[in-house]
Ligand binder design. Structure first.
Ligand code: PLP
Length: 376
């Protein structure tokens, strides 16, 4: 594979070599089914226990509150549908206009099935109006489901305050922490959150493994029925990937609080702001993931810029998505009040643990050469 300046770590991350090494024995000789009683199975079950300890430590929860799933999307679907199964008379869901498509698509589907969805708006900085959140929770609200960190802008919602509101209104709360996990400390214990979703491939583990925190005191209904995961998530566990997830979580915990990623992001951001007239950072700069910057470049068409950047070896993502031949501006940026043109002129750069100062220095030269307004 060619060497690229990879600035799209919110989309996915490379597998950490240490993670891959930890996984290998479980792809070779350690093929036992963790539910089997003989030693090959018991060893696999022990490996799952150890991995659960790793991910639960990073999430700040008890090991028995952490279920392994196939991805963040499955976790989100499980949490929301578990809440709906609790009380058939509660047919209202509160979420926001800037959620990940996993939540949006599920809620749109549920709306077609007769559920009522409140889509909370955000302001120009990507933040919620908490008074509006509180007012939107009703006696028939089954669950509030909100992001912790926005995947496109990195903007953080104030989870503690949201949890206090959900608690006051006696409503279940699911937090999509797929992007926050491993990038900032999360202390779930006592946080008043009932469900939280995680994903392996955002923290240098492989794709196809995820996690769901289910608060011990919450009545839970599985999405996939079967005997595994204490009958809370059926399906033989993906042992090698789960081991990788556990290892990745251990490594992430060691790196929490070191701010080299933030300083690389800040360097790139200030280089681009000073080199490119009209470059504007989107979202609340004070409450943001340390690795993410989303910038609108005046007069630039981001889909085209992505191709040119790719040719120069820079991978990042656009504030728009191309489907069926037409370019749709990002729903997140639109919800923040950007015009179609401003949203289409934006790029997201997300730094990772393997990004080097040299990558940032090179990107700081390549990006202005492509996004300077006169080129378009
Ligand atoms: N939620 C957020 C905020 C995400 O960024 C993503 C992935 O991009 C997901 C959910 C879905 O996770 P997965 O890819 O593991 O299904």
């Amino acid at each position: 594979m060619s060497s690229v300046i990879y600035l799209d770590n919110n989309a996915t991350t490379q597998i950490d070599p240490e993670v891959l090494e930890a996984m290998m024995p479980w792809l070779r000789g350690g093929y036992g089914n963790p539910s089997s009683a003989y030693s090959l199975g018991r060893e696999a079950a022990k490996a799952l226990d150890q991995a659960r300890t790793g991910v639960a430590a990073l999430a700040g929860c008890h090991v028995d509150e952490f279920l392994f799933t196939s991805c963040g999307t499955e976790s989100i679907n499980t949490a929301i549908q578990s809440a709906l199964a609790l009380d058939p008379d509660k047919r209202h869901i509160v979420t926001s206009a800037v959620e990940h498509s996993a939540t949006i698509k599920l809620c749109e589907y549920l709306a077609r099935r007769g559920y009522e969805i409140t889509w909370l708006p955000v302001d120009r900085s990507g933040q919620l109006d908490l008074a509006r959140l509180e007012a939107s929770i009703r006696s028939d609200t089954a669950i509030v489901s909100l992001l912790w960190a926005n995947n496109e802008t990195g903007v953080l919602f104030p989870v503690q305050e949201i949890a206090a509101i959900a608690q006051k209104k006696k409503c279940l709360l699911h937090i999509d922490a797929v992007q926050a996990f491993g990038k900032m400390p999360l202390a779930l214990e006592g946080a008043g959150v009932h469900f939280m979703s995680f994903s392996g491939h955002k923290i240098y583990a492989p794709k196809g493994v995820g996690g769901l925190y289910v608060n011990r005191r919450v009545k839970f209904t599985p999405l996939l029925r079967g005997s595994q995961e204490n009958a809370r998530r059926g399906g033989t566990q993906n042992v090698a990937s789960i081991v990788g997830f556990g290892k990745a979580a251990e490594i992430a915990l060691q790196h929490l609080g070191t701010d080299s990623i933030k300083s690389l992001r800040d360097t790139l951001e200030s280089q681009l702001e000073s080199a490119i007239p009209g470059a504007t950072v989107n979202g609340d700069r004070n409450n943001r993931l340390p690795n993410t910057t989303n910038i609108s470049f005046e007069g630039v068409e981001s889909e085209g810029a992505l191709i040119l950047l790719d040719e120069k070896g820079v991978s990042c993502s656009a504030g728009s998505a191309c489907s069926s031949g037409s370019v749709h501006p990002s729903h997140v940026l639109k919800a923040m009040g950007l015009s179609n043109d401003q949203a289409r002129a934006s790029l997201r750069f997300s730094i990772g643990r393997f990004t080097t100062a040299e990558d940032i220095q090179k990107a700081g030269q390549i990006i202005p050469a492509i996004t300077l307004p006169h080129l378009f």
